[in-house]
Write a protein that binds this ligand. Sequence first.
Ligand code: MRU
Length: 356
Amino acid sequence: MKINGKEYRTIWFEKNIVKIIDQTKLPHQFVIKDLKTVKDVINAIKTMEVRGAPLIGATAAYGLVLAILENNDQSFLKKSAEDLIKSRPTAINLKWAVDRMINKLSGVNSEKILDIALNEAKKICEEDIKFCENIGLNGLKIIEEIYNKKKDTVNILTHCNAGWLATINWGTATSPIYHAHKKGIPVHVWADETRPRNQGANLTSYELNEEGIKNTIIADNTGGILMQRGEVDMCIVGTDRTLANGDVCNKIGTYLKALAAHDNKIPFYVALPSSTIDWNIKDHKEIPIEERNSEELSTIEGFDSDGNLKKIQIYPKKSKAMNLAFDVTPAKYVTGLITEKGICQASTEGLKKLFK
Ligand code: MRU
């Protein structure tokens, strides 16, 4: 998608270097960062220079390419894979991508391993783009249906950033929105700010602006009253891990939006590529929920009037703060899952129909 009118992807490989858009600098600065070692990749994932479930998976895949370039040795590759998986715990795509790379590379001799690894990392990216595009085409039908009934702007609420910046291109939750916009359907997005890191304000609103899509940032607690007032036609969010029973783990606060949507009979959709499905965990309590540094809550960054980036303390210094990064929305609150293969019920039967 576009930034300043120029087409970008979130990640690419050039002259043995992984190039990323440093998302910690957005929306104020557009910085392309070079990752040269697997350590750089682990750091980029941990500090959220790259974030969003599909993108961290793809970045980890390239991390293994860099590992091979650094030290073409099986034990280094194995250790790198383990460290990459540990870099963020909740999004299953990370483990999915690393496992896929390791499976592909097992038993490959050292002369061929680099080419095969690079090819597979590129394939993961290309597949993600195709899957996200299909999610968009499938989700478009829902937006179209609402528009055909309403004959007026479709108001869509989303949480966090499940946009193209969280994937390689298109996004998951945003892909139906981009497709609707391209088709001339008037859409307006309510972008939850998404404290504490503000991915909704800093990334979702930013990327929608760059594509010319109308949007309004709202504080995280505003969605409920907008739903009561009839100002939300549907919700679409992303997911970091979808269980086989249809439970959805996504950015903290998603659950509360789903409850409000349920109470107001507003459709609540979750968009995901199949790489986000965890077929193994049976109970959502087993999902490792990331707890991040509480400084992300107690401090805030922004530009002062002289254009200098400043970090300031906003909480009482003595107060304790807790920063859980994800929550789980039970399947019963999910209207449907929008996947690359079609839309299904958030249930074992629904998912099995699409993914045998
Ligand atoms: O902590 P983040 O910014 O990585 O969280 C991202 C989300 O919660 C997204 O909704 C999710 O990864 C889906 S991205 C298509």
